[in-house]
Ligand binder design. Sequence first.
Ligand code: CA
Ligand code: CA
Ligand code: CA
Ligand code: CA
Length: 325
Amino acid sequence: MNRTKMFLLAAALNTCTALASDALQPGLVGRYYQMPGSLDDFPTIPAEQKPSVERVDKQVNFASTQDAFPETKLVDNFYVNWSGVIRVPQDGNYTFHLESDDGSRLFIDGKQVVDNGGTHEMTEMSGHAELTAGDHEIKVEFFEAEVDAGCILSWETTGKKKEVVPATVLFHKAAGGEPGLLAEYYRTEEGTEDFPDFPATKTPDLKRVDKTINFESTQDNWPGTQFKDFFYIRWTGMIRVPADGKYTLFLDSDDGSRLFIDGKLVVDNGGAHAMEEVSGNVQLSAGDHALKVEYFEKDIDAGCKFSWKSDKLEKQIVPADVLFH
Ligand SMILES: [Ca+2]
Ligand SMILES: [Ca+2]
Ligand SMILES: [Ca+2]
Ligand SMILES: [Ca+2]
């Protein structure tokens, strides 16, 4: 394949990516709120109040527990709002069930379908909805007063027995941008052993989207490129933080790398060196934050890996589903 054809193919793939990301992403958006006082009904959340946790839940399928609600620190007096789209496979009369401790309720296309309000033990209530095949807006609200907490959304219809509403039919609109980080690659002058000081207007030698920053050290070309020695990469975009908290961010690189969040330097792993990991700590609120990672390769081996951990996350490569541009 010649260069022009390669370029056209790359352009076509980029277009596909853009179209696909306008489509829906799997899972419902779950917004979790710790309430200040004791809770015995659905609260009214002021529009400006930020959730304690905002994340994507593949299903609403939380068995009753007296511990913290799964992967949160929320134990008592909290409220959850799940929203998104439910993809109905065929026209029909659907029965929805909400089993919860304490109260819960379900809305489809803005209309209440199940009312399971009030404070109570794990109790199931049901409701019916005549639905056409295709996508419908869905919202589930849930609140926990104290002691046990759980919430499970199921459905059934003619020819389909009762089941937890599966992950394959639940979606949400991506809130911010296209998946992956914008990656701009530049050749640097032979002998360069620091971050180059390019003007912001300088056109990169290669521009693409990298889903993650997870490049093992190699003496060959940088994956998917013809860059081997003396180059520089700038990744920019957003990192979607799942919950308020203290995060440790790691850059493991050969040669130098550094990382900025909301314009502030958090990890400084500069200088010419072999594969070496440096970390930095930062307090982050749930939601999107501006991210910039810079990297340069002098010569011989080249690699760069971006990981994170928090009190709720094992150390891991920062996953593709929290990186956008
Ligand atoms: Ca509880
Ligand atoms: Ca309870
Ligand atoms: Ca090299
Ligand atoms: Ca090197």
